[in-house]
Write a protein that binds this ligand. Structure first.
Ligand SMILES: Nc1ncnc2c1ncn2[C@@H]1O[C@H](COP(=O)(O)OP(=O)(O)OP(=O)(O)O)[C@@H](O)[C@H]1O
Length: 247
């Protein structure tokens, strides 16, 4: 049986071609994820975490390599099919024109599925947004509200793979806990693979069973328990020490 998600020799050229700049942001990135897991993607600023996530969502093109969902390459799928399986939640959430409800209905409209209003209601409640007037213009919502609305918009699609780019960055502790617990439950119930970029190492440990550390153009993979308990690998060790050193 094919793996849920495969990344083969992925590379992205650096657009900075100046002296001293490396040719690639990252190269030779490979990983095989057999089934649903919770992966924390960590690394210092500017190492390519968002670029990698955007490529996995086909919002940016790889320069080399291949991506496969359930054994099918992205080259043999159209973007719409890919995005039904792989959904990306951005750090800066973009609201579409119209109301909160228009935004939540977008996914079903785009993919021709029935809108699951019960699930939408339940997710709004779980994320502490049940007070929100669904008729409110989405653009007028706060940053934290928009971030949670865009997460719900993606969940309503029930993707196999969910790519999360610092999605709790503008949330308070209470809302962050709600997002973490909702996604942990969702992963268990729906069998969704989560790949979650975060700068918060405690959050990375809480929300993952595997960790990908990106730096110096390469990706290293670890079990989260090993990585956060005893960061043996040089790259991970260096990164964790640099983060701890800044506290
Ligand atoms: N082809 C390219 N596509 C995207 N980014 C590129 C490209 N070439 C160079 N870059 C640069 O590579 C860096 C990677 O940025 P990216 O946002 O992916 O890093 P990050 O690890 O997510 O950083 P942060 O933690 O600060 O959000 C940026 O400085 C960007 O300008």
């Amino acid at each position: 049986m094919s793996a849920l998600f495969e990344i083969h020799n992925l590379a992205k050229l650096n657009w900075d071609t100046g002296e001293g700049a490396s040719k690639y942001i990252f190269a030779g990135v490979s990983a095989e994820i057999a089934g649903p897991e919770r992966i924390a993607l960590i690394g210092a600023s500017g190492q390519g975490k968002s670029t990698l996530l955007r490529i996995l969502a086909l919002l940016d093109a790889p320069d080399e390599g291949d991506l496969l969902v359930n054994g099918t390459s992205y080259k043999n799928m159209n973007v719409r099919q890919w995005r039904m399986a792989v959904s990306y939640v951005a750090q800066q959430s973009v609201m579409l024109p119209g109301s909160v409800e228009d935004n939540l209905r977008t996914v079903s409209r785009l993919h021709g599925n029935a809108y699951d209003s019960k699930l939408a209601e339940q997710l709004l409640q779980q994320l502490g947004l049940d007070y929100l007037d669904l008729g409110k213009t989405a653009a007028d919502c706060s940053g934290g509200e928009k971030q949670r609305i865009s997460l719900i918009r993606s969940l309503l699609l029930r993707p196999r793979i969910l790519l999360l780019d610092e999605i709790t960055a503008s949330l308070d502790i209470n809302s962050t806990q709600k997002v973490e617990s909702l996604l942990t439950d969702w992963h268990l119930k729906e069998g969704t693979l989560l790949i979650w970029v975060t700068h918060d190492l405690e959050q990375a440990h809480r929300i993952s069973n595997r960790a990908w550390v990106i730096g110096n153009g390469e990706l290293q993979e670890h079990s989260s328990d090993t990585l956060f308990a005893e960061p043996a690998a040089v790259l991970a060790k260096k990164f964790i020490q640099s983060v701890k050193g800044t506290r």
